[in-house]
Structure formats: structure tokens, C-alpha cells
Design a protein around this ligand. Sequence first.
Ligand code: ZN
Length: 202
Amino acid sequence: MKIFCIGRNYADHAAELKNPLPSKPIVFMKPPTALLLDNKPFYHPEFSNDIHYELEVVLKIQKNGKQIQPAFASEYYEEIGLGIDFTARDLQDELKQKGHPWEIAKAFDHSAVLSSFFPLSEYDKNNIHFVLKVNDEVRQDGYTKDLIFSFDHLICYVSKYFTLQKGDLIYTGTPAGVGKINIGDRLEAFLEGQKVLDFRIK
Ligand code: ZN
């Protein structure tokens, strides 16, 4: 099982980190050991003093495919959930400056929080609303209409390089409002108003 993540897929988030807009999707991966399920607490690791939350819509791949063409892309995902792409921003900034791979800043244990999945047919996939609250305060408030690269585009692009397999996940990028987590914080995520994540930082 593979976990793909897309960087800078919302213009307002690229701007807040002073990154240029990408002309192609930015793809990176996390290993299965990154998953954090069932609203379990996230234990803040000691190797970073600046771990950021990034709330993202997650696609679950429902059949195998490679080099998928645009006309067929939507057949490869039928369920969505929400996830948090935890990022050690201090480590990432240092690695980016040196032009080094950023795995240790992105793919560490429990850096991929994941909700349950819901049938995509219940939503308008071009305008899904999702919200992150930290300690009851709204920090991220996104709509998939603001994606730079659509879900279908991501399926085509990622499958050019990697065979997609049933059960793989794609974290589709985060809107603006990312920020640091602190021990004791409570994070809650809402998909079209329905709470799908509720966990604490320990
Ligand atoms: Zn992300």
C-alpha cells in the first residue's frame, strides 16, 4: 500500500509559504508506518520544534491502473476522507535549502492522520468543503474548487510514474492556514459539516 501526497496544490497555501505556483503536481510519498488511524493521539516527536498540521482531502484508490487516461481517471476513486499531512517545517526548510530529499520532515511515524472513508457520490467533488479546528478555533477552511490540479489530473499524473493499486491513498494538498501544533491541542476536522477527525496532541 502506497501513500502519495501532493504539495502546493492550493494557491493560497503556496503563497503563505512564499513558494511559487507549480506547473506540474509536486508528488512525494509516505510509508504505511506513517498512518495514524481511529482518532488515536499524536505523540509529538522530539526531533522537531515546529510540526505543522495540513488538512487535506484524501482519495482512496479502488482499482489497479497505470498510465491512466483523463477519460477514465474518475473510475479509480469512489471514496474520500480527510487526512492530516503532519510536516516538520523546521526540518523541511533546512532540507529544501540544501536541495535534499525531505522524507524525514514528511514521512515520519504517524505523520499521516486518516479519517474513515465516505462515498464520493454523496458530494460534489468539484466543491467539497472541509474545515480544521484547533482548540475549537477554525484554522483551515478549504474548498476543492480551489485545487490547482484536480483529482482526475492527479490520478493521471501519479499513474504515469507509479502503478496505482487498490487501497493506495492520495493526499491531495492543503489550503492556507497551516500552523504549528502544541502538546495538549485538540484537532477536529469536518467534511461538509460532518466531524470525521477528533484527536489530541500528546
Ligand atoms: Zn500536505
